[in-house]
Design a protein around this ligand. Structure first.
Ligand SMILES: Cc1ncc(COP(=O)(O)O)c(C=O)c1O
Length: 451
């Protein structure tokens, strides 16, 4: 039985977001069990003195996070939480794929800016292919190239099937039920799904344009986290990159702790910021993941994972009783592309083009009074009055964007949509106008009540 008085006590902010967060807390601390029926919108609105629209928005928000489900006239119920929940946040990032004319929800690179993989496959040598199960997991030629690119001298390096695979393997090895983990807020939704799955307790730390907030970071360290997961540059979704000063400061704060640092350099070669790592100060416990999906193609799905022996060797050992290695055919293709001058200049051009597209859209949004931070990578984190109505109104114009809520490790003060700018080729002005109208809709139309 849901206790409406407990809810009234738990609500610290009289808004849809505040009510949803309060119910979320009651669910996660076990006060409100799976199968419990939520009170009706009318009951809650009367008790809290808020409009039914606000309460109904809160219920919808909870449903989008998968915490409750509507069962028609029976009402809305708390859903059972299983540890095998899977890609809940990840799946809710896009419902647009294939249904809109301009899909800016994907986080993917522009296929026209990728190097020619087919040509590289055609030049493959038989020597780069595995003929039995017992060869080394990484092609020696590729390992040499990848080591040269590391921002610090890592003890070990291996290659896995993309940055997400690397995050999965490192998290699964390093974390157990109840382990605390610092994450950036906002963060990459599949990482949050993954941490849920392993039963880790997330400590969200906000930040500014230089990286994670050092004061909040120091406070989070007091909880003795087992690991910190961060994106050093072209942070998805905000587009920020860590400054050297901030990296040094965070490394200094970590000095008295044994916390493992896991860096997800998902943008790799398309990033315009320096290849900075906390491993410069903490090489013995920094794991650096470098993806080639954005620069060389998501279908190569290869990432380097470099770091201390114990972590990397454990990943290699665990993979030995699974896929064991990432196809050497693909590794051979990547090695060839990294050395081929034509491919190198294609990637360089892609980096410059994304930078131009990003800055053009940010400038055009600014003209409309919409301010967007960050400066690197293919994603824009655009503030909005109401992310749901923004995504819906853009979808009505056949533009797909990702809602902000899956990225929230904890509720943020402002709602957002995430816009992948990689595909905004030449229609910057019209896209900016549509985005601005969608994110300012509530303010300009005054149709909705404030949160
Ligand atoms: C922050 C972040 N990490 C990881 C990934 C996935 O990378 P990969 O394709 O190498 O698995 C992405 C993809 O967009 C990302 O944005």
């Amino acid at each position: 039985m849901f206790d409406i008085e407990q809810l009234a006590e738990a609500v610290t902010e009289p808004s849809a977001r505040g009510i949803a967060a309060a119910v979320g807390r009651l669910i996660s601390d076990g006060t409100c069990e799976a199968g419990t029926r939520l009170p009706t919108v009318r009951e809650v609105s009367r008790r809290l003195g808020l409009s039914p629209t606000t309460v109904s928005d809160a219920w919808q928000r909870l449903a989008r996070f998968g915490l409750v489900e509507g069962r028609g006239r029976l009402g809305t119920f708390v859903t059972p939480r299983t540890r095998t929940g899977g890609a809940r946040r990840y799946r809710s990032m896009t419902s647009a794929a294939g249904h809109v004319d301009l899909d800016l929800s994907t986080g993917s690179p522009d296929p026209l800016l990728l190097p020619d993989i087919v040509a590289a496959v055609g030049r493959l040598q038989a020597a780069s292919m595995a003929t039995n199960y017992w060869e080394r997991p990484v092609l020696p030629a590729l390992e040499e190239l990848l080591r040269e690119r590391q921002p610090f001298a890592a003890e070990s390096l291996t290659v896995v099937d993309g940055a997400l695979d690397a995050l999965d393997r490192v998290a699964t090895w390093a974390l157990g039920l109840g382990d605390r983990v610092i994450v950036e807020n906002p963060a990459f939704p599949p990482l949050l799904d993954l941490l849920d799955l392993v039963g880790a307790e997330v400590i969200p730390v906000g930040g500014d344009d230089e990286g994670m907030d050092p004061v909040a970071f120091a406070k989070a360290l007091e909880l003795r986290p087992r690991a910190v997961f961060l994106q050093p540059r072209a942070h998805n979704p905000t587009g920020r990159s860590m400054s050297t000063a901030r990296a040094e400061q965070l490394a200094g704060l970590l000095a008295g702790h044994s916390t493992l640092v896991v860096e997800d350099d998902h943008s790799g070669d398309i990033s315009t910021s320096p290849n900075l790592s906390l491993g410069r100060w903490l090489p013995e416990r920094t794991v650096r993941i470098t993806s080639f999906s954005k620069s060389h193609g998501p279908d190569l799905r290869l990432a380097a994972v470099a770091g201390p022996h114990d972590v990397i060797d454990a990943v290699v050992e665990r993979r030995a009783i699974g896929p064991a290695w990432s196809s050497r055919i693909l590794q051979g293709v990547l090695a060839a592309l990294l050395e081929d001058p034509v491919a190198v200049s294609t990637v360089e051009r892609a980096r410059e083009t994304y930078c131009v597209r990003r800055h053009a859209l940010v400038a055009a949004l600014h003209e409309h009074g919409v301010e967007v931070g960050g400066s690197d990578g293919i994603n824009l984190w655009v503030p909005t009055e109401d992310e749901r109505s923004s995504t819906v109104s853009l979808a009505a114009r056949s533009i797909g964007v990702a809602p902000g809520f899956p990225f929230e490790a904890a509720p943020l003060p402002t709602e957002h949509i995430r816009v992948t700018v990689s595909m905004v080729r030449d229609d910057v002005q019209s896209v900016a106008a549509a985005l601005a109208e969608a994110v300012q809709g509530r303010r300009s139309s005054g149709r909705h009540q404030s949160r």
